[in-house]
Design a protein around this ligand. Structure first.
Ligand code: ASP
Length: 342
């Protein structure tokens, strides 16, 4: 007989479980039990589902490194008990948390599926039910007794994506996420069709290993026409700053003015890690393709290739937590660790 998959459903907060505060008109997180009562369908799913909620569910705008680690520990503590995990999370910072989790779990051998919704589960037109039910089904997919998905995924509006490839692209549409540099891992229609060629393949002979050391001494510097020396100098002089995600134009291009390159060069020599990623939501940094990126490469800027902003921030925090030498940092950052870059 086919074994029923055991799934742990973890509720961190987000619109999916919110209700309207009639005094202020704003959405706020509410009780997980009430959320469950709104989904009687859970009882008829073929899988065995246990649930667990953060004591104080949060809007994902309040997520931070401690919360990421809390989610990771929750999964890790019951890793052997369950076949898969579904994390309910606000959509606003879901791509950041899910990317961070992907780096935290080395050689992940089970599915960790993030989902949420644009409308609360109690709303008549909600997108929450489909997102939640299909996420559970995806987390429970098995072949020959092994999970089909063995990575951190993000399921939203009929598509399962590799989580560390996603970006929230729309604050209103049900299709709130995109993954421009990597195809969906699965699509849900009449059939749930899995794109097997796109899946991450862990080494099943080795155990999953948890890493929780992160450094949040980072910032994102998005350049724009007109940015001046004082601004760049001020931002990169923040005491304690260890790493910068430099959001450049197109394929990794930035001003070629001496002042810009001089500041960057000095900061890199002083030990700052600078990663070049593109402001575009698709495509890749190719340093050296244009004259405006040749110097960046020469002064030691690291290439983020086609990584998303969310995954770049998470990867930077993760690698800074490991206190690597500049040379090793560059080599590892420019290598795909969890399928986050091509
Ligand atoms: N503000 C909400 C959050 O990220 C939005 C959502 O859940 O979709 O928690």
């Amino acid at each position: 007989m086919k074994k029923r998959a055991k799934i742990l459903l973890i509720y961190t907060g987000g619109t999916i479980g919110m209700i309207k505060d009639y005094d202020t008109g704003a959405l706020k997180a509410f009780n997980f039990d009430e959320l469950l009562q709104n989904i009687p369908e859970l009882k008829i799913l073929e899988h065995e589902i246990d649930t667990l909620s953060f004591d104080d569910p949060i809007d994902s705008s309040n997520m931070n490194v401690e919360c990421w680690v809390k989610v990771a520990h929750t999964i890790n503590d019951s890793f052997e008990t369950y076949d898969g995990f579904v994390v309910l999370h606000g959509s606003d910072t879901m791509s950041y948390t899910a990317s961070a989790l992907s780096f935290m779990f080395e050689n992940l051998t089970k599915p960790v599926i993030f989902t949420g919704s644009q409308l609360p589960i109690g709303d008549l037109r909600t997108d929450a039910k489909e997102n939640l039910i299909t996420s559970i089904q995806i987390a429970g997919l098995q072949k020959n007794g092994k999970p089909v998905i063995s990575e951190v995924g993000l399921y939203f509006e009929y598509k399962l994506y590799r989580a560390n490839r996603t970006t929230k692209i729309n604050a209103e549409h049900f299709q709130a996420f995109a993954s421009l540099n990597y195809p969906p891992l699965a699509e849900s229609g009449v059939y749930l069709s899995v794109n097997h060629n796109a899946l991450w393949r862990p080494n099943r002979r080795q155990k999953t290993k948890l890493h929780t050391g992160f450094s949040n001494e980072v910032l994102i510097l998005k350049i724009f026409p007109g940015i001046n020396a004082a601004t760049v100098e001020y931002m990169l002089s923040k005491p304690g700053l260890k790493g910068v995600v430099l959001e450049t134009y197109g394929s990794g291009n930035a001003p070629s003015d001496d002042w810009f390159l001089d500041i960057l060069k000095r900061k890199i020599l002083e030990g700052l890690f600078v990663v070049n990623i593109t402001q575009c939501i698709g495509g890749s940094v190719v340093m050296g393709q244009y004259e405006t990126s040749v110097q960046l490469k020469k002064i030691g800027v690291v290439s983020g290739k086609d990584i998303s902003t969310e995954a770049a921030v998470a990867k930077l925090m993760y690698l800074l937590g490991k206190e690597l030498s500049p040379k090793v940092f560059k080599t590892i950052f420019e290598t795909s660790l969890r399928g986050e870059m091509s």
